[in-house]
Design a protein around this ligand. Structure first.
Ligand SMILES: C[S@@+](CC[C@H](N)C(=O)[O-])C[C@H]1O[C@@H](n2cnc3c(N)ncnc32)[C@H](O)[C@@H]1O
Length: 426
């Protein structure tokens, strides 16, 4: 099946069925063998997600009536066609004929005329994409714009612009294999331009690379992980011999980093059994062992009868609004009311995990959100109701801030939030 048809299928799965693009895209990429084709499929799908409102308007303006039901896939195919005309260097005649061919392959022979007609009209008119309201101007749903305006009255436009950038690729040096400087030297030898990031193991690549060409990748010399996410293990500061809980562990990036930093007893838990498979794979590649448990972090008593934990990492389920640059589908999959529901879930997990922290222990609360309801406001409310909790200031956090809010693009990192909490020794 041609690449445009596969793109339409992936977009249909996201926009009509609510699948995340990180699941829907590989499902379609597996039908391609050529690496360049896989990359173009990704480029088209991610691109459509980034510019959805403008593409939507451009296509809808050319249609007399909306597509319904199964025919929606032809609408998604039109978005694919429109994206190629506006955002790629593919010659328009090739973009249009390939997209029409995709329509045939999707078994909508009768719609080929519509595809050709709409895409030719768009090509002929060659008008600027509309910016007539904020959603179109920023390619972002109104509810996210509103929440960002409230949270960052001076910086919200910058935050949105950063969320549209193509994300860089970060590596995490495995300090058990070599020092970061040694790995930077290996990269230089392999002609891969890179620099050290602000967290101790992080390396920023000048341009993204296939992991297959990274020296020692398959032996566990490095892992792929954003620079912001790499602060988790460093701020948690695990020590040899400690009992540590990673309460929301899948796919296991932070769990592995904790084990690279200390010879501790790690319990890695997640609610999602499928995602736990990824934790196992990551541990295998890096040759670590941990107790991997399928369980609910808001009901630890049901799966743990051991001691209380010396340290807990709570990388809570969240809106992921800090990583829109990596997952632009978040803008369309999340709804405004999700934020209050997520904040309530985070509150329950946080309160429960706290019961399982040793007196004198520390809990690191983390999200990849940039919304205060999930971050500073969540922690302020926790501190008010929890008498034995105090906030440990993180060096980078602003003096008046509760926790450390990293905005997307800061030092090339994803948007992230950290709050380090200490439990009084009794
Ligand atoms: C932000 S992700 C964790 C990422 C992970 N820490 C890493 O670095 O690879 C949040 C995780 O929380 C899990 N989760 C959601 N609700 C949960 C619950 N009640 N108990 C345990 N895990 C939960 C989700 O399945 C998801 O894998």
């Amino acid at each position: 099946m041609n690449l445009r048809a596969l793109a339409a299928k992936a977009l249909f799965d996201v926009l009509e069925k609510g699948l995340s693009l990180s699941v829907a895209l590989p499902n379609q990429q597996q039908h391609l063998t050529n690496g360049k084709d896989k990359a173009l499929l990704a480029e088209i799908c991610y691109g459509v997600m980034r510019a959805l409102p403008q593409l939507d308007k451009c296509v809808s303006d050319c249609l007399s009536k909306p597509f319904k039901g199964k025919q929606r896939i032809i609408y998604q195919l039109l978005l694919v066609g429109c994206y190629q005309l506006y955002f790629t260097r593919i010659p328009p005649h090739a973009a249009i004929s390939e997209t029409a061919e995709a329509c045939r392959q999707l078994k909508f022979e009768g719609m080929v005329k519509v595809i050709n007609g709409v895409l030719r009209t768009i090509q002929r008119n060659a008008t600027e994409l509309s910016t007539s309201n904020d959603t179109l101007k920023f390619n972002t749903p109104a509810w996210i714009i509103k929440r960002l305006q409230q949270a960052y009255p001076d910086d919200w436009q910058h935050v949105i612009e950063q969320s549209h950038q193509r994300p860089p690729m970060w590596l995490r040096n495995n300090r058990n294999h070599q020092t970061r400087d040694e790995y930077l030297a290996l990269l230089a030898q392999a002609d891969i331009a890179a620099s050290a990031g602000s967290s101790p193991d992080s390396i920023l690549l000048e341009s993204p690379k296939d992991v297959g060409i990274l020296p020692g990748f398959f032996d566990g010399a490095v892992s792929v992980q954003d620079g912001a996410a790499q602060w988790a293990a460093t701020l948690l500061a695990p020590k040899d011999g400690e009992l540590i809980l990673d309460a929301c562990a899948a796919p296991g990036g932070k769990s592995c980093h904790i084990l690279e930093q200390a010879d501790c007893q790690l319990v890695a838990v997640d609610f999602d059994e499928n995602r736990l498979q990824r934790v196992k794979e990551n541990m295998q590649r890096l040759q670590f062992t941990a107790e991997i448990i399928h369980g609910d972090a808001a009901n630890i008593d049901s799966w743990w009868q051991g001691n209380k934990f010396d340290r807990i990492l709570l990388d809570a389920p969240c809106s992921a609004t800090g990583v829109i640059r990596r997952h632009p589908d978040i803008k369309w999959l999340r709804k405004s009311q999700d934020i209050e529901e997520l904040a309530e879930l985070q509150r329950q997990i946080l309160d429960h995990c706290w019961q399982w922290l040793q007196p004198g222990g520390q809990l690191l609360y983390a999200t990849c959100s940039i919304l205060p309801q999930e971050n500073a406001l969540q922690i302020q409310a926790f501190l008010e109701r929890t008498k034995d909790a105090t906030l440990v200031p993180i060096a980078q956090q602003a003096p008046a801030e509760t926790g450390w809010q990293i905005l997307p693009g800061t030092q090339a990192m994803d948007g992230f939030y950290y709050a380090l909490l200490h439990k009084s020794a009794q």
